[in-house]
Structure formats: structure tokens, C-alpha cells
Design a protein around this ligand. Structure first.
Ligand code: ME8
Length: 518
């Protein structure tokens, strides 16, 4: 049987600095979505990468005294190291400086041109180097320091006149609106969809898509004095990753159009307006969905180098653990909304949800099996009403999690899973297996079996979020590799299995200062 396919992407990051928590957050969330689909039987292609052209890269390289190619390579590898550390299970990492990408972008350009949508003209306006964008006079203001700045971003602008190629974006207004209407799922969440629709309804102007003021980019076919605007180049990475321009390849046929582009809320317009317009112009199929997550703030403040509150994802992982960090962000921040992190909030989740709720439940039940049953998980006797009720709640989780992941509401899946963990704790306390040990040994074995089965279901379903810790739980339950996909949820844990000696999976966070205090 051939598996259904699923092509999922992240934004490609600017490697003009080291990755920050926002970058880590997007990769972790997309990884959880990709892992979920793999466990659910899909053939997944998960693409991520770095966006290496543009003026900002040139400027940073000059500042650091490096060639821009060296800067791109050095920093791109730091993004890869972060992905490796955070267990981001990408299948392909694209760099926009690769030859395969040049071939793809130039082919898209040629097709847009052949369709009559690319023309040459001059462009003048207030240009922000940092934003790589032109602003209308009314979108800028003169500061008391005599420097004119873009109002929305606060970056300095300069009057610039350039010969550039334009893309006839204005011609796509109606087709884009018709597409949003016919495919309400194209943009999520709904707030972003509404913003895009009202932006497009307000009218679209043609877009300047080439630059002559620098040469660090993909050359325009037949006019190499021009390099392509970095967003034409960057957006095309997604289809390059699917094998374009080789449309006859198995890869392309299998994976394009993409199922999901995961991006941050600041780049929705590029993905939900420009990108589909480019593809329509090139006569290529559109991605099925663009989903924008929110921004992550440090204790409610925007992270910025000048404030000095940029927290390095490497140090977060070292301080709390990779799975703990992944769990925190995905449980705490409703996906699609902004969120904040702080030491206190991370420790609270680690200690309450992980160490107390799930960790203790596993440790208490598994150590009873080790101590009283020679480590053998016995087959259950007849199931009581309480057993059946708890198992039914755990069995319902797959459908709930699927529905939540389908709309990228990862937090809702985790909420539902932890409601069952809480229920299992109440069940364990109410059944008092430690008392049953003396009064009704067989009943105690049944209670331990039910608890182990619920932990197995929870561990299988939390693999997308906490790959290592869930694997440890499944090890402790004696589950082989082949019994860890969602298909294994239609069976029950076998009685008569000998389990390994239990060890705690979720340590409590202890403040470094407290460790030495007595
Ligand atoms: O935008 N919280 O690159 P980038 C959450 N190269 N997400 C954040 C964030 C924060 N504080 N800050 C940034 C680019 N992001 C382009 C993308 S795609 C064809 C080209 C997200 O390095 C941001 O929204 O500035 C984006 O999705 C990703 O990180 C990369 O940002």
C-alpha cells in the first residue's frame, strides 16, 4: 500500500546572525507537526533551510570582515547545529545559494516573464536597506535627528532611484480573492486570513522584483546586471525543495504542491499574497495551506540585541533539557498566538505537568510492578467500570489529537492528553493499588495494567512533542520500535510482559543554588 504524502516546510531563516528563540520555536512546532504525520502513516517531506542572499547579508559580512559566502556557510551551520540539538527531524535543508535553487528560481522567473507579468521600469522611493523595502512618503517620518525613518519599523530610509523589473501583482487581485474564497483553509489562523483579505481588497500595486545596487543574489535571466529581489528568491525555496524545475521527477510528482507552509505572523503577506501570485503567473499549483504562528517574547518583551534579552536556544536547552523546552513552548503557547517565556514559567510546567503528573504516575505504577510482580506486567482480570471509563477516555485521544493537529492546534492536543493524565492520577489514587496488594492481588494487577496501558497511549501520542522522553517511557513499558506508531493504538498492551527496572523519566527542576544548600 502506498502511503499518503505530506510536504511541510518552515520559513528559511536569515543566517546573518545566530538563531534566536523565535527560530527555535518555529522549528520545534513544525517538527512536531511533521512527526505527528509520520507516526500517523504519512510519507513526509519536511523542508527547512537558510535564506542567504540580500543586502543585509552583504552588510553583516563587511562588518565581520568575512566574505559573504563564508558568513552564510558559517551561520547556516549554526542553524543546522540547533536543529540537531533540538531533534528537528528535517528531511532536507535548503540553502538558497545552492545551484539547484538557482535553476529553480530562474525557471520561475522565465515562466512569469513568458506569461507577460514581468516588465522593466524605474522605481523611486524611500528605501529601507534593513527592511529591503520601499516606503511611500506618508509611511515615513523625519526624526528630530534629521534622519527619515519608516514609521512601522523605525528603520532609516534613503531616497533611491533604480531601474528595476516589476511583477504585475495588480493583475492578480481578483484571482487571489477568488482563491481565498474557494479555499477558506488556505490561510490560518482566521485572524491572519481576514488581514490578508482586507489587504488584497484594498488594491495591489505591481511589485519591484529586481535590484541593481548590489550583486549578492540570483541573476535575472538574460540581464545579469540585475539580481532578483530576495523574496522572489526566498519563496521559491519551497518548490526547489520538491525537485522543481524537474517536473517529471518522482519527487516533484509526489510532493508538490506543499501541504503546509509554517511561518511567523510577520511574513504572512509574502506567503499568502506574493507567493500564490507568482505561482499562478508561472502556471504552477498553489500550496494547500499557509499557517502563521505568533511571536515569542522574553517575559513579555520583544527580544532585541540592543535590549540584551535575546536568549540563545542552545542555553535554554542546556538549562532545562530539550524535551522540556519543546514541551513548554508547545503546551504553554496556543499555536497561532503570541507567547512569552520566563524561567518561572518553564520550571512550573516542568515540575507540574512533567515531573508530577506524568512522571510520578509512571514511576509509582512501574515501581509497584517491579517490587510486587517481579517486574512482570500481568494480564488484566475482568475490567471494572472505572477501568473501562478511563480506557475509553484514553482511546478517544487519537481522534482528538488528529483533529487538533490538522488545524495546527498543537496546544489543544496536549491539553486533552494532560486531562487524561490527570484522570489517570485520580484513578490510581482512588483504586489504592497499594492497599489491594494485601486484600486482592489480582485486582491490583488489573489496576496496574490499566495504568500502564494509559501511559502507553499517552507516550505514543506525545512522541511528536517529546521524542526522547516518550521513547524512554515506551522502553520502560517494553514496547518495541514497531509498536510505537499510531497504528499501535488499535491494540492493547500485552499481559505477561517483563518490564525493565523503572527509572524516572522527568526529573524535577532544582534551582542550581538549592542543589548545594544542605
Ligand atoms: O523572515 N518569535 O527570516 P527570519 C517567533 N528569511 N517567531 C519568530 C520570531 C519570534 N520572536 N522572530 C522571527 C525571514 N520569527 C525570511 C523568511 S521564508 C521564504 C523567508 C520567525 O530569520 C519569522 O516569523 O527573520 C519567520 O517565520 C522565521 O522566524 C525566520 O525569520
Amino acid at each position: 500500500m502506498t502511503k499518503p504524502t505530506y510536504f511541510i516546510t518552515t520559513a528559511i531563516d536569515y543566517p546573518n546572525g545566530r538563531p534566536h528563540v523565535g527560530h527555535a520555536y518555529e522549528k520545534i512546532a513544525t517538527d512536531a507537526l511533521a512527526r505527528f504525520k509520520r507516526l500517523d502513516g504519512y510519507d513526509v517531506l519536511f523542508l527547512t533551510g537558510t535564506d542567504e542572499h540580500g543586502l543585509k547579508m552583504l552588510q553583516t559580512a563587511a562588518k565581520e570582515g568575512l566574505s559573504v559566502a563564508d558568513l552564510a556557510t558559517r551561520n547556516s551551520s549554526v542553524f543546522k547545529e540547533m536543529d540537531a540539538l533540538l531533534q528537528v527531524s528535517y528531511d532536507d535543508f535548503i540553502r538558497t545559494t545552492e545551484p539547484r535553487h538557482y535553476a529553480s528560481v530562474q525557471e520561475i522567473w522565465r515562466r512569469m516573464e513568458a506569461n507577460g507579468d514581468v516588465y522593466k521600469s524605474t522605481y523611486s522611493g524611500w528605501y529601507s536597506v534593513r527592511d529591503e523595502a520601499y516606503y511611500a512618503e506618508a509611511e515615513t517620518e523625519l526624526g528630530s535627528d534629521e534622519v527619515r525613518r519608516a514609521i512601522t519599523t523605525g528603520t532609516p530610509v534613503e531616497w533611491t532611484v533604480e531601474e528595476t523589473y516589476f511583477f504585475r501583482l495588480s493583475a492578480y487581485q481578483d484571482r487571489l480573492l477568488a482563491h481565498y474564497e474557494a479555499h477558506p483553509e488556505f490561510i490560518g489562523p482566521a485572524t491572519r486570513r481576514n488581514e490578508v483579505i482586507s489587504f488584497v481588497k484594498g488594491g495591489l500595486e505591481d511589485l519591484s522584483i529586481s535590484r541593481t545596487t548590489f550583486d549578492w543574489g540570483v541573476p535575472v535571466p538574460n540581464d545579469p546586471k540585475h539580481v532578483m529581489y530576495v523574496w522572489v528568491d526566498a519563496l521559491t525555496n519551497y518548490i526547489t525543495g520538491a525537485g522543481f524545475p524537474d517536473e517529471a521527477s518522482d519527487k516533484y510528482k509526489k510532493y508538490w504542491p506543499a501541504d503546509l507552509h509554517v511561518i511567523g505572523k510577520d511574513i504572512v503577506r509574502f506567503h499568502a499574497v506574493y507567493w500564490p501570485a507568482f505561482l499562478m503567473s508561472a502556471n504552477l499549483p498553489l500550496p494547500k495551506r499557509v499557517y502563521a504562528h505568533g511571536f515569542i517574547f522574553n517575559k513579555g518583551e520583544k527580544m532585541s540585541k540592543s535590549v540584551g534579552n535575546v536568549v540563545d536556544p542552545f542555553s535554554l536547552a542546556a538549562a532545562y533539557g530539550v524535551d522540556q523546552m519543546r514541551f513548554f513552548f508547545l503546551r504553554e503557547v496556543p499555536f497561532g498566538q503570541d507567547g512569552s517565556y520566563s524561567h518561572e514559567a518553564i520550571v512550573a510546567r516542568m515540575n507540574a505537568d512533567l515531573a508530577n503528573d506524568l512522571g510520578n504516575l509512571a514511576q509509582r505504577s512501574l515501581s509497584m510492578i517491579a517490587k510486587n510482580c517481579n517486574g512482570v506486567l500481568a494480564a488484566p482480570g475482568p475490567l471494572a467500570e472505572a477501568d473501562q471509563a478511563l480506557l475509553a477516555q484514553a482511546d478517544a485521544l487519537l481522534a482528538t489529537a488528529r483533529a487538533a493537529f490538522e488545524t495546527q492546534e498543537i496546544h489543544r492536543a496536549l491539553e486533552a492528553i494532560w486531562a487524561v493524565v490527570a484522570e489517570a492520577n485520580r484513578y490510581f489514587t482512588a483504586q489504592e493499588p497499594w492497599a489491594l496488594r494485601k486484600t486482592d492481588f489480582a485486582r491490583m494487577e488489573t489496576v496496574l495494567w490499566v495504568t500502564a496501558e494509559v501511559i502507553r497511549i499517552v507516550a505514543i501520542l506525545t512522541q511528536p512533542v517529546m521524542p526522547d522522553s516518550s521513547a524512554k517511557l515506551l522502553d520502560l513499558l517494553g514496547q518495541p520500535e514497531a509498536a510505537r506508531s499510531f497504528a499501535a493504538l488499535s491494540t492493547r498492551i500485552a499481559g505477561g510482559t517483563t518490564l525493565p527496572a523503572p527509572t524516572p523519566v522527568f526529573p524535577k527542576y532544582v534551582e542550581p543554588a538549592d542543589e548545594t544548600a544542605g
